[in-house]
Design a binder for this molecule. Sequence first.
Ligand code: 4NP
Length: 157
Amino acid sequence: MRVLFVCLGNICRSPLAEGLFRELLRKAGLSDRVEVDSAGTADYHQGAPPHPGIRRLAQEKGFSLDGQRARRLTLQDLEEADLIVAMDRSNREEVFALNPQVEPKVRLLLEFADTRELDVHDPYYTGDFTRTYRQVEAGCRGLLTHIRRQLSAEPSP
Ligand code: 4NP
């Protein structure tokens, strides 16, 4: 199963979600069942590592963002992913604009969290990485529960 996280620049929110979700999968023993990737709808930071504020958070919390580089979302990404997880409603609109047919497999990250919030806060302009982390963590934990259910509903090979 392939999960793709999408934000705008692919240097803050979606790299954080990618790194944290990969860590949750590892702890759950599901790393070999689920592939995780991320991309941005814009190419402003193509090739750049995650934002220093995100790198600091990952280090504090003890998971790795090694090897992550910002890249722009492609049509092929959308085709290949089983689940496309947008960080906010504007990212979701951009995905629909690229290919409206993928709608059935697109979700907002916070749909998986126990909150009425819809959009993950973009820390790029505010520097409020803590708020973003809280939301991304809640969303990723809920997403793990969702994926566990999906995997256990799959017929055995
Ligand atoms: P992200 O945050 O979408 O969470 O990676 C942003 C990164 C860069 C910009 C905006 C948001 N930017 O305008 O360059």
